[in-house]
Structure formats: structure tokens, C-alpha cells
Design a protein around this ligand. Structure first.
Ligand SMILES: Cc1ncc(COP(=O)(O)O)c(C=O)c1O
Length: 348
């Protein structure tokens, strides 16, 4: 079997010729600031809404140099009552937990952050996503910052229109995935950086592994934990559907507690499916009737092959498809039982 460890990752991006980027921005309704092209959006930075291009930090800032930024990422959905943020409270709670796990003294309450997110979404119509970041902007010498003041930035935007569309080259999102299980990088370990923290530093080894896999023709990877059990993707959780129709997903011991993961677990239980939160061996993926990934961007994302072996008949299975449409119903406010997960942005 091919092991990709140790290969040289080559950047697949071919980053931008400024001119092409600028003209694309202009065509899409953004504007040019100096030589920079920027979307017409405002970012909440420590209490003030500033233009997109002004939300910057120094290149020597602690968070950039040491990877100490924590963040969370949530979706804004279209509903019959206008835009609504999905499971806002859970995302804010997870951000505060990430800060705590990494030791960032983030001195803002959940209520303050929640109100700031809602006002940022209101100030940026057409947004479909929110990224909130807490970071150390101070220029530091040591790993432990002398100035530990934590800044907060909240960006509400449309990832496709405000970011991806301006790239001269892009990786198109596929409807179904061919997966590679990364066997060498076992970084989902609580004795290094806890996997439950959404901290920038945790994304470097998945980046390296995914670059390698992409070069070898795979769409996505799955990471394993210290003992070799399947953990999660770089930005997704994983589920399998066994031969008895039961759902199985790794417990949150060695993975990020995904909001979509918990949403799917609740929907599945409510719809009468059996669910198990327990270790998954790589061989169980291959033997599964269905495999799918979950995440804020992905929703429910069917996997059609793992390490070149077809899952089921090699097309999305019935349970994945059903859960995908149930998820759509819930996030769009069509299922009254889950309306409490939606924070409507505009007053009724
Ligand atoms: C490591 C990791 N696992 C899982 C997920 C999925 O989490 P959620 O469903 O909250 O988006 C993410 C989200 O980005 C992630 O970064």
C-alpha cells in the first residue's frame, strides 16, 4: 500500500497574479484599495466595525508567529424569517472553551460576543458564514507573551462571493468524496494541543497531509489518533453507517466536538436511528455500508471511496442522503422542533 509520508508537498494553489485578482474583485462588486482588491464588507474588531482591508495585525504578532489564534466558524442560513445564525450559542461556548484550553485570557462574556456576532451579520447583508477569532496581536519575543491582551475579530461574509470567486485558481467542491486515511501524522492527541481546541496551530499537520493526498488524487483526508483509530477530517467529523443501519462516530475524546456532528446525532436519535459514539477502526470504514463527513461548510458530505476502495456501491447511500435533507430542513427552520437552534438576525 502507498504511504505518502515524507513526500514533498508542492503548493497546488499558484497564488495570485494581483491584476487578475483585482479585476475579478471589481467585476464582482468589491473595490480596490491601493493595489489591494477587497470585498465590500465590514469586520468587527474589538468593538468597532472597520473596513475589510483595515482588519489587520502586525506580521510579528504573537498569534501569527506562534499559531495561538483560536477561532470558530458558523453558518448564516436563509429562513422564512430572514437570515438566522445556526446554533450561535454552541459556537460561542466552543470559542470560549478553545480559549480556555489554550490559555488565552479572553475577557469577553458569551453575551457580549453573541451580541457582537448578531450586529456584524446585520451590518453585512448576504453573509452566509461568520468567523470569530480571538488572538494575541502583541509583538513578542518569547512563547509566553508579556502583553497578553486578547483581541477579537468577527467577519461575516459569503465565502464563495467574497473570497473563492476572487482567486485566479480554485479547487471546486465535489458533491461526493474520495478519501485518503492519513496513517503517519497522528496529531489528534490530547497530550499535544487538545483536539477539542479550535486553534490555528492544530491545522498545520492536517494541511501538510491534505496537500499530499490532493497531489495523489484524493479530495479529503481522515486523521487517526495516537492508537491508530479514525479521528476526524481537517475540518469535519466522520460517521459510518454499519450493516445494521446504525450510525457510529468517534467519541469527542480525540476530536473537535463538531456542532454539525451533534446536530446529526440529535436528528438521527429523534428519527429513531441507533447511534453509537465509539472508536472506529480504519477497516470499519471500508466495511461500512455508508461513510459521510459532517461540518459547518460541508453539512452532510457522502464519501464514495476510502483508500481507493469503494464504499457500498460507490455512490451516496440512502441514510446519508436522508440525513442530508433532514439537516437542510432543520437549518432552514422548516422543522419546528429545532427552531431554538436559530438566532434570527432581524427583529420580527
Ligand atoms: C478539526 C475539526 N473537526 C470537525 C469540524 C466540524 O465542526 P463543525 O461541525 O462545528 O463545523 C471542524 C470545523 O471546522 C474542525 O475544524
Amino acid at each position: 500500500m502507498l504511504l505518502f509520508c515524507g513526500e514533498d508537498p508542492k503548493s497546488p494553489h499558484g497564488f495570485p497574479a494581483g491584476l487578475r485578482y483585482s479585476s475579478a474583485v471589481a467585476a464582482l462588486g468589491g473595490h480596490i484599495e491601493g493595489s489591494q482588491a477587497v470585498p465590500d464588507r465590514r469586520i468587527w474588531l474589538d468593538g468597532e466595525l472597520v473596513p475589510w482591508h483595515a482588519a489587520t495585525v502586525h506580521v510579528l504578532s504573537h498569534s501569527l508567529q506562534r499559531g495561538s489564534l483560536v477561532f470558530d466558524y458558523m453558518s448564516v442560513k436563509d429562513t422564512h424569517r430572514g437570515p438566522a445564525i445556526f446554533r450561535l450559542d454552541d459556537h460561542v461556548t466552543r470559542l470560549l472553551r478553545s480559549a480556555e484550553l489554550v490559555g488565552l485570557p479572553l475577557e469577553r462574556s458569551a453575551e457580549e460576543l453573541t451580541a457582537a456576532i448578531v450586529s456584524t451579520v446585520r451590518a453585512n447583508p448576504g453573509s452566509t458564514a461568520v468567523k470569530i477569532s480571538a488572538f494575541l496581536p502583541s509583538i513578542e519575543i518569547d512563547v509566553v507573551p508579556v502583553d497578553d491582551l486578547v483581541s477579537v475579530a468577527i467577519a461575516a461574509y459569503h465565502p464563495g462571493r467574497d473570497i473563492a470567486a476572487y482567486k485566479p485558481s480554485r479547487v471546486d467542491r465535489r458533491d461526493v468524496l474520495r478519501i485518503w486515511v492519513e496513517k503517519c501524522v497522528r496529531n489528534r492527541r490530547s497530550d499535544i494541543v487538545p483536539p477539542q481546541a479550535k486553534v490555528a496551530a492544530n491545522y498545520v499537520s492536517p494541511m501538510l497531509a491534505k496537500w499530499r493526498a490532493r497531489k495523489n488524487g484524493y479530495d479529503e483526508i481522515l486523521l487517526v489518533d495516537e492508537e491508530g483509530y479514525v479521528a476526524e477530517g481537517p475540518t469535519t467529523n466522520v460517521f459510518i453507517v454499519g450493516s445494521d443501519g446504525a450510525l457510529q462516530t468517534p467519541s469527542t475524546e480525540n476530536v473537535l466536538p463538531g456542532v454539525t456532528r451533534s446536530t446529526i446525532l440529535e436528528i438521527a436519535r429523534r428519527d429513531g436511528l441507533t447511534v453509537r459514539e465509539t472508536q472506529v477502526r480504519p477497516e470499519e470504514l471500508m466495511a461500512a455500508r455508508e461513510v459521510f463527513l459532517t461540518g459547518t461548510t460541508a453539512g452532510v458530505w457522502p464519501v464514495v471511496s476510502v483508500d481507493d476502495q469503494a464504499i457500498g456501491d460507490g455512490s451516496p447511500g440512502i441514510t446519508s442522503q436522508q440525513l442530508r435533507s433532514r439537516f437542510q430542513e432543520v437549518v432552514s427552520g422548516a422543522d419546528s422542533e429545532f427552531l431554538h437552534w436559530l438566532t434570527f438576525v432581524n427583529p420580527a
